[in-house]
Design a protein around this ligand. Structure first.
Ligand code: GLN
Length: 543
């Protein structure tokens, strides 16, 4: 069957969970036996989110093929298991750079280059590109209907709706039904206005997904259907849930997947198996124990900045049947106050990825505390680099060991590498270049040393993990590393890039140069997170 396109827009307010809604619908269509792909169209002017502050925009999700993308792609992967690609996220910035590059090359043959048709054509090309045998392509439009930036995207999907016809396109609109306490009612007016706004750009939604904190009474459902030209069965309640992994189950109970299939004239009589989700929900809500993990980071003011990490830790809990309590700590406090009051009694310490010098001395103290007190330590990317610096400073005989990320130094044991191999290809990076797109990005193979803890955890000799960093541990300091008790248990296949470090004299001390959290799924928890939480569980018995 030719690919059908489902466009998801949002109205009334932002943060209603459009990404989750798209992801959950994807997983339901999979459960019905279909092949899905999910895409995100972001109306901002950045070419990609790579240069945006995590505290503003949330985490940057990196794909296997090295794209820096919106965090919603993380939801898509976690719910469907389908690995996203560069071609699954586009921004206004990227669209405009393509159009302007074409214009400079003279590709438009003297035409006046305009939003319609040139920008909208470029958006349509993106939506339709790089698809093969997918049954459904779900495209989420970022932002809220009514935003000026979103207009070219809405215009492009309106045109696509006409070109593909009803049999291949469907518009879903996510809105909010606020409950007004004093009136004792769910209010439908914001939804009506939002649909009007969509209609004003020529899009009639086919299905409405309404976020509510309670059931939608029959009268309100009738009203919404009447004012928004939508059969009542296609007004779907998206009720608040206790865990996001219940969303597919809830949607199914509300008939969401049934209505999507019915719209396309597909068989909707089969009951899909959702036991995978039921099992996950049960494990999340009825754990048999709990552990507390301290996360010493820098972007702790916005939880979305560590979205995948948060989820991966939860997945580790799912695998071990424990609740994982997260204690987020801004590492800068360790530079002013004693770490003991914050870290004493926690069952695991994690230092996540990060950039820049601020807060690093605090993270180093956290790594030292974990090492000296035998507390499970998981260092991710920056967390690995800083753990190496800590050990070399205190055990390796180089008290001023540092990273060249913090400025010139005599002992940059973590430094900028300007050339490395990806397969047979030589990759290069400029030391003084632009900040955008200058990192080692995407999936790289890593060879695991026999007899090490990580080899046992992965149960493999070679793995692939995703990277996003500029600096690397410098192997020229091998002597100091040996002295500090650091074992490089994972290396790039050419033996040049240290990818994993562990300690033999510690129950669980692992640092990884990559981001394992990006590959963890609720139904397939990442082995390192599974093992880290298992170690924390053991620790919880000790303390
Ligand atoms: N700042 C470090 C680097 O660029 C680590 C990056 C990260 O943690 N993602 O190498």
């Amino acid at each position: 069957m030719p690919t059908r396109f489902i466009f998801v827009t949002g109205g009334v307010v932002s943060s209603l969970g459009k990404g989750l809604a798209a992801a959950a619908l994807g997983s339901l269509l999979q459960a019905q036996g279909y092949k899905v792909r999910l895409r995100k169209l972001d109306p901002y002017l950045n070419v990609d989110p790579g240069t945006m502050s995590p505290t503003q925009h949330g985490e940057v999700f990196v794909t296997d093929d090295g794209a820096e993308t919106d965090l919603d792609l993380g939801h898509y992967e976690r719910f469907t298991g389908v690995h996203a690609r560069q071609s699954d996220n586009v921004t206004t910035g990227r669209i405009y750079s393509t159009v302007i590059a074409k214009e400079r090359r003279g590709d438009y043959l003297g035409a006046t280059v305009q939003v319609i048709p040139h920008v909208t054509d470029a958006i349509k090309e993106f939506v339709l590109a790089d698809l093969t045998d997918e049954d459904f392509c779900i495209c989420e439009i970022g932002g809220t209907v009514g935003d000026i930036e979103g207009l070219p995207f809405l215009e492009a999907i309106r045109q696509l709706g006409n070109e593909l016809g009803k049999e291949r396109s469907l518009f879903i609109h996510l809105t909010l039904l606020p409950y007004i306490k004093t009136a004792g009612e769910l209010k439908t007016k914001p939804t009506q206005h939002s649909v009007k706004e969509l209609l004003s750009v020529g899009i009639q939604p086919d299905i409405l997904l309404c976020r509510t904190d309670r059931e939608i009474p029959a009268n309100e459902r009738r009203k919404i259907g009447l004012f928004c030209n939508i059969p009542q069965d296609r007004v779907i309640a998206a009720q608040d849930v206790d865990t996001i992994y219940r969303v597919p189950i809830n949607y199914h109970e509300q008939g969401f997947d049934r209505e999507v299939l019915r719209y396309f004239g597909l068989d909707c009589s089969k009951e899909p198996s959702l036991c995978k989700w039921e099992d996950i929900v049960k494990r999340v809500l009825e754990p048999e124990g709990e552990v507390t993990i301290a996360i010493a980071g820098k972007y702790t003011s916005l939880l979305d900045s560590y979205k995948s990490l948060h989820e991966a830790l939860l997945h580790g809990g799912i695998a071990n049947n424990v609740r994982v309590n997260l204690k987020w700590i801004d590492s800068e406090v360790f530079e002013r106050e004693d770490v003991v009051q914050y870290l004493d009694g926690v069952h695991g310490i994690l230092v996540p990825g990060g950039f820049g010098e601020r807060g690093t001395e605090g993270k180093i103290k956290a790594a030292q505390f974990a090492r000296e007190h035998n507390i499970p330590y998981f260092g991710i990317c920056f967390g690995m680099q800083l753990a190496v610096i800590e050990a070399v400073r205190h055990l390796g005989g180089i008290p001023d060991a540092t990273s060249s990320e913090f400025g010139p130094s005599d002992h940059a044991i973590v430094g900028l590498l300007t050339e490395w191999l990806k397969g047979d290809q030589l990759e290069k990076r400029q030391s003084g270049g632009n900040l955008g797109g200058t990192m080692r990005l995407g999936a790289y193979p890593c060879v695991l040393q026999k007899g090490t803890k990580v080899q046992e955890i992965y149960g493999a000799d070679q793995i692939q993990e995703r990277h996003r960093h500029r600096y690397e541990v410098n192997l020229n300091y091998k002597e100091a590393f040996d002295k500090a008790g650091l074992v490089f248990a994972g290396m790039s296949p050419d033996g040049v890039l240290p990818e994993i470090v562990e300690r033999k004299d510690h129950p669980w001390f692992i640092g990884v140069q990559f981001h394992p959290e990006l590959r963890s799924k609720p139904f397939d928890p990442h082995p390192l997170f599974r093992s880290f939480i298992e170690a924390a569980k053991k620790q919880s018995v000790l303390v």
